[in-house]
Design a protein around this ligand. Structure first.
Ligand SMILES: [Zn+2]
Length: 106
């Protein structure tokens, strides 16, 4: 499982292989700062280089696949999907489903 090996070994210190992902904005590199994802096409490791908050719940992250023969550049979304422990400073406009343990029936 070469993919898994790469996934873990790259988690904190991989420099970007592709220094020039196509972007019209200034590049902001922060390797290791973005969640690791795999390329949906070649399943290779990807490097995030830019993020932007779209709404209170949706953050977009720009990724570039590090497989030289692939070169896929794409946007992923980071979205909170459910609450595990309630906020002590709740925003009434934010409503997330509560985390629920699986029922004992399973
Ligand atoms: Zn790829």
């Amino acid at each position: 499982m070469e993919l898994q090996k790469d996934f873990f070994s790259m988690s904190s210190k991989l420099p970007p292989v592709n220094d020039n992902p196509p972007t019209d904005k200034p590049k902001i590199y922060s390797v290791g700062h973005y969640p690791k994802v795999i390329c949906p096409h070649c399943l290779g490791s990807c490097t995030g280089w830019k993020t932007s908050q779209q709404t209170e719940l949706v953050r977009e992250i720009y990724y570039a696949c590090q497989t030289p023969d692939c070169g896929h550049v794409f946007v992923a979304q980071l979205v909170p999907v459910r609450t595990i422990l309630k906020s002590q400073m709740p925003n009434p406009e934010i409503r997330l489903p509560n985390y629920q343990e699986k029922s004992e029936a399973n």
